[in-house]
Ligand binder design. Structure first.
Ligand SMILES: Nc1ncnc2c1ncn2[C@@H]1O[C@H](COP(=O)(O)OP(=O)(O)OP(=O)(O)O)[C@@H](O)[C@H]1O
Length: 281
């Protein structure tokens, strides 16, 4: 039975890193069902290490990690968490159709050598329609643009029917038009109730989608709150420092779902690691 009241991901004093050395530490975070969270922060601050650590893809150094109420070490239902990795496009040398790549998302649900069922095919078609590539199912992936590759990878993750989708910079490295399409895809996914955690530098592209902002600075969570609170903090930092940074004029927006803060393409906010905005419990 799925229990929507328990956090999807729960971290307490968690630390993640490499070869036993923590890069991100003291992380207390509850990610709840239906949230669309932007994970922001300067380059190298530890965003990917945090999210990959939650997924078990790098070292869990200390603290507690629970996935759907189960300690991560004992968690078996890996298909409940979908992952779209960073800077990943499909290799030009891959000879496969779009549909074949997305079908890979169904493999964890099948036994070895079992053929795709009608349900598998239906879910692949639905995932492709969701990302707006329903008419490209039979196209060779080598003929697609970078933005379309990202959408194929999102469709592959969706085909596994995850309860939460973790995406590492889904809009990075694609042209503005593709970014807009990706933002629309994320918007329509949000409407389906999928919980999403999106590591991003291009927060403007996700304006209107995000319900919560978590900022990582120097390996610590430096902010956790609504987009509106984040914008106010940003405005305060700007006026304190007498800086002019593009985007600051939006900072007093009332709409909690607007994202008026900085894009890290613009520049880091405040390098001091400190908690503001309050943890969600
Ligand atoms: N495989 C690895 N082994 C050792 N250290 C690593 C490894 N991957 C990343 N790091 C280090 O961990 C720190 C955080 O990197 P991470 O990629 O998590 O940051 P990030 O905030 O996601 O950065 P970006 O926005 O540039 O993707 C950096 O100092 C980086 O050099």
């Amino acid at each position: 039975m799925k229990d929507d009241s328990e956090p999807v991901i729960r971290l307490r004093s968690a630390a993640f890193g490499y070869e036993g050395r923590a890069v991100v530490s003291d992380v207390d975070l509850d990610i709840n069902h239906g949230e669309i969270i932007a994970v922001l922060g300067p380059n190298g601050s530890g965003k990917s290490t945090l999210m990959r650590g939650v997924l078990g893809l790098n070292d869990h150094v200390s603290g507690e990690v629970e996935l759907f109420g189960t300690p991560a070490a004992a968690f078996k239902e890996r298909t409940r968490i979908g992952y779209v990795p960073q800077r990943h496009t499909l290799s030009g040398s891959v000879r496969a159709t779009v549909e074949e790549i997305v079908e890979v998302g169904r493999l964890p649900h099948r036994r070895w050598f079992q053929r795709a069922s009608a349900e598998d095919r239906r879910l692949v078609a639905a995932a492709l329609a969701e990302v707006g590539l329903g008419d490209r199912a039979l196209a060779d992936v080598s003929t697609l643009s970078g933005g379309q590759h990202r959408r194929v990878l999102i469709a592959r993750a969706l085909a596994a029917q995850p309860d939460v989708l973790v995406m590492d910079e889904p809009t990075a490295g694609v042209d503005t038009a593709s970014q807009e399409v990706l933002a629309e895809v994320l918007q329509s996914l949000a409407a389906t109730g999928v919980t999403m955690v999106i590591v991003t530098h291009e927060i403007e592209a996700l304006r209107g989608v995000i319900t919560r902002v978590v900022e990582v600075t120097h390996g610590h969570i430096s902010f956790d709150g609504t987009p509106g609170e984040y914008g106010q903090r940003f405005a305060r930092t700007i006026s304190d420092d007498h800086l002019h940074v593009p985007g600051a004029h939006d900072a007093h927006h009332d709409d909690e779902h607007q994202v008026p803060g900085p894009s890290y393409a613009v520049g880091p906010l405040d390098p001091s690691p400190r908690h503001e905005g309050g943890r969600r419990g």
